[in-house]
Design a protein around this ligand. Sequence first.
Ligand code: FCB
Length: 445
Amino acid sequence: MKNPQTMPEFPTAFSWGVATSAYQIEGAADVDGRGPSIWDTFTHTAGTIIDGSTGDVACDHYHRYVDDVAIIADLGLKAYRFSVSWSRVQPLGYGDWNEKGFAFYASLLDQLEKHGIAAHLTLYHWDLPQGLQDRGGWLNRETTLRFAEYAAEIAHRFGHRVVSIATHNEPWCTANLGYGNAQFAPGVADTALAAQVSHHLLLSHGLALQAMRAQNCPAKLGIVLNQWPAMPATDKAADVAEAEWEYARSVQWFMDPIFKGSYPQKALDRMDLSRFHVHAEDMEIIRQSLDFLGVNYYFRAFVSTDNPPKQPEGKLGFSDMGWEVYPSGLTDLLLKLHAEYENLPPIYITENGMAVADKMEDGKIHDEQRIAYLKMHLQALHEAMRCGVNVQGYFYWSLLDNFEWNSGYAKRFGLVHVDYETQQRTLKESAHWYRDFVSKQPQAK
Ligand code: FCB
């Protein structure tokens, strides 16, 4: 790692942004006709969320989006990644559209346009309408058709106003945390079901791309995957083999169908396929060409077959989530993808960020750890680009402290601090650092 003080220069056309998602910031859970999603149901079920909280109010972004977009502009950022709450625009996930829901996103886009900020929209950030869950959710193949209809409607209404549309955010989480270990909504723990859900998510991605392209959608179309390089704890054959399996079932499991049209054999060999049904036509539907790939990077997988498993040393520390800070993993991952997938489209780093137990002192948040994290990851990213990987943008996760899923409000990822009592926003030192860094980057005239 180079000296963290020397920051590299990125290309002129590189997009600098921040990311959020609907359920984590919007609040206004039952306002203006929004229907419930599986996360409303989940958070209102006792014992699911560490601090017992819900996204009912969250950052109240639904009522404060004008000010929040002004903050993005004030930070000098020209790109914003957000997600649409499906049940806000279609309360049941099928049937009637909700015009008031669309009006909210239209107003959000107005604000972004006013400030010259490019919009990057995600269709699905984990909040399936409860109406569809009641019909079987992602285990029901029909849900893939409903998702394609929703995608087509968004493309029709907003495709000309956004730079990109991603189908799914981190389908690995939807499948494995939602259905594999019950940490996330809808709270099912059955790995055989998780495998089937992951297939339906991929299928819905392919169908959605077809449906949006049928609308001649001018936005760039892609998907956002969370990825990590898997590193064996030792060079013992068992650890190496286990790391290969981990990489196959997490990264290749989603990349191979999309870019090669098949599931990785190494993963199939060890998975419970008792509920896994793939129709003959599915793999061709999933293999649609992408205009971009979104990569979310937080940590590496450190893989050990010892009992108890060996833990990483964490030379650069751990985040408040307990995640190891491992910036070079981002370089390794990107180089690996670049080498393994010939038809890789341009990449956006759609999420990367750190939870810190921030403390407000004299009205300021001195989050040096987050600044160091940012510096190291931007250097690691630049190194991958120097080696030939085509990356076109970086979105810090997140603009605001927000509802961090099953961790509730206990974990703070924002560049901007949120006081949940008063909804006051305060720029952290990291926000000032990011603004200063971005202002020194070459800008397109
Ligand atoms: C990612 C999610 C995002 C946020 C960050 C910390 O997995 O996409 O919503 O929770 O982790």
